[in-house]
Design a protein around this ligand. Structure first.
Ligand SMILES: NC(=O)c1ccc[n+]([C@@H]2O[C@H](COP(=O)([O-])OP(=O)(O)OC[C@H]3O[C@@H](n4cnc5c(N)ncnc54)[C@H](OP(=O)(O)O)[C@@H]3O)[C@@H](O)[C@H]2O)c1
Length: 336
C-alpha cells in the first residue's frame, strides 16, 4: 500500500502563515481508475500567490478550502497509468497540490515534459508557469521596443529573472530592483541585466535614476508599496506597467495605502494593466516554444533554489518568498 503525505489547510492565516495553519496527513493512495494515472511527486513549486489562495477574499480562483490539500504546481513521474495519454515513467507537471502522490485524469493543467531538454524542477520554474508569466506580461502588456528601458522588481526571482533577460533579447536596457548586494550581483553578472538597484540600500530614487538615465518606459511590477511609489516618479510619457504581482502586500492585515504618485499615471499617460497568467492559456505553446528555444540557445539563464525537508518543511519554506530568503525559483524537494 502506498501512503500519501499531504499538506492540508487547517486555518486561514492572519498575516504571514504559520505551521499551525497547515496540517500534515498520511493516507493511502487510491489505485488509478479508468482514464486515470498516479504520479509520484518529486518537487513542489512555491509561489507567492499561495498566500492569496489561502485567504478567504474574492480572487481569480476560488480559495483553497479548509481541510483541502494545499494547491500547488508540482512535478513528478507517472508510476501507474490507465490513461491512454500517459505512460509509466513520463515526467509531468500540473496543479497536483502539496503531496507526495496524486491520482489524476490529466485535466488539472497536466503537461508532459522532456527531462532530456532540462531537469525536472526547471519545468515548474523558468520553463513553466513563472517563465510563461514573464513572457506574456512583458511582451503582450509591457510591449517593449528596442532601446527602451525596462525595469523589473523582484528581479532575481523566478519571474523577474526571466523578464529582464527577455527585455535584453528584445534589445532593451534591462534594470533590476532586488534586495541586497548578492542578489544584485547575480542579476547583473550571471543574468546579464545592464544594472540592478538594491532597494534595501536606502537610496532607491537616486540609484534608480543613475541606472535609468533615459527614464523608464516599462515597469514590470512584482512588488508594489514603496518601490511602485518611487518608480512612478521616473516613468516616461506613454510608459507601460504590467502589474504581475504585489508581494509587499500579500501578508497585510489591513488594506495597503494607495500609490502616492498616481499623478504620474495621468501626466505621463501611463498604462497600468494587471495580468493573470491563466488569461493566456490558449497561447501557452507559443511561450513554451520561445522559452525553450532561448534556453537551448543559452540566452535564458535559470536558477532553482531547491529546499529539502519534504512536505513537513512546506510552511517554513513558503515564507522564504515573503522575507526574500530565496535566490531563484523556490522549490521544495519531496524526495526522501
Ligand atoms: N500574475 C500572475 O499570473 C503571476 C504568476 C506568477 C507570479 N506572479 C507574481 O510575480 C511576483 C514574483 O513571483 P516569483 O514567483 O517570481 O517570486 P520570487 O521573485 O522568486 O520570490 C519572491 C521575491 O519577492 C521579493 N519580495 C518579497 N517581499 C518583498 C517586499 N516586501 N518588498 C520587495 N520585495 C519583496 C523577494 O526578493 P528581494 O530579496 O529582491 O526582495 C523575494 O525573494 C509575485 O508578486 C507573484 O505574485 C504573478
Amino acid at each position: 500500500m502506498i501512503h500519501n503525505r499531504t499538506v492540508r489547510l487547517r486555518a486561514r492565516p492572519v498575516g504571514m502563515s504559520k505551521r499551525d495553519d497547515f496540517e500534515i496527513t498520511e493516507e493511502p493512495v487510491p489505485e488509478p481508475g479508468d482514464g486515470q494515472f498516479r504520479v509520484r511527486l518529486d518537487y513542489v513549486s512555491l509561489d507567492p500567490a499561495m498566500r492569496g489562495w489561502i485567504s478567504g477574499g474574492k480572487s481569480y480562483v476560488p480559495p483553497v478550502a479548509i481541510g483541502e490539500v494545499m494547491r500547488s504546481y508540482s512535478a513528478g513521474i507517472v508510476e501507474a497509468s490507465n490513461h491512454p495519454g500517459f505512460q509509466e515513467g513520463d515526467a509531468v507537471t500540473g496543479l497536483f497540490g502539496v503531496q507526495t502522490h496524486a491520482v489524476s485524469d490529466g485535466s488539472n493543467g497536466v503537461i508532459k515534459v522532456d527531462t532530456a531538454q532540462a531537469p525536472l524542477p526547471r519545468w515548474i520554474g523558468g520553463l513553466g508557469m513563472p517563465g510563461t508569466t514573464a513572457y506574456f506580461g512583458l511582451l503582450d502588456i509591457g510591449q517593449p521596443k528596442p532601446e527602451e528601458t525596462v525595469v523589473v522588481s523582484a528581479a532575481s526571482g523566478a519571474v523577474g529573472s526571466i523578464v529582464g533577460q527577455i527585455a535584453k533579447i528584445q534589445g532593451c536596457r534591462a534594470v533590476g530592483i532586488a534586495g541586497g548586494p548578492e542578489k544584485c550581483r547575480y542579476v547583473v553578472d550571471d543574468l546579464g541585466f545592464d544594472a540592478c538597484v538594491d532597494y534595501k540600500a536606502g537610496s532607491l530614487a537616486e540609484d534608480l535614476k543613475a541606472a535609468c538615465p533615459n527614464g523608464i518606459d516599462v515597469y514590470y511590477e512584482n512588488v508594489g508599496g514603496d518601490i511602485l511609489d518611487t518608480v512612478l516618479t521616473q516613468m516616461n510619457v506613454f510608459g507601460r506597467i504590467p502589474v504581475c504581482g504585489l508581494i509587499a502586500h500579500y501578508n497585510n492585515t489591513e488594506p495597503a495605502p494607495g500609490p502616492k504618485n498616481l499623478r504620474s499615471v495621468l501626466v505621463n499617460r501611463l498604462t497600468m494593466r494587471g495580468l493573470i497568467v491563466f488569461d493566456f492559456i490558449k497561447r501557452y505553446p507559443e511561450a513554451a516554444e520561445a522559452l525553450g528555444r532561448w534556453h537551448a540557445d543559452g540566452k535564458l539563464k535559470m536558477r532553482e533554489d531547491i529546499r529539502a525537508g519534504g512536505v513537513d518543511a512546506f510552511p517554513d519554506v513558503l515564507n522564504l518568498l515573503y522575507t526574500g530568503g530565496n535566490l531563484g525559483k523556490l522549490i521544495l524537494d519531496l524526495r526522501d
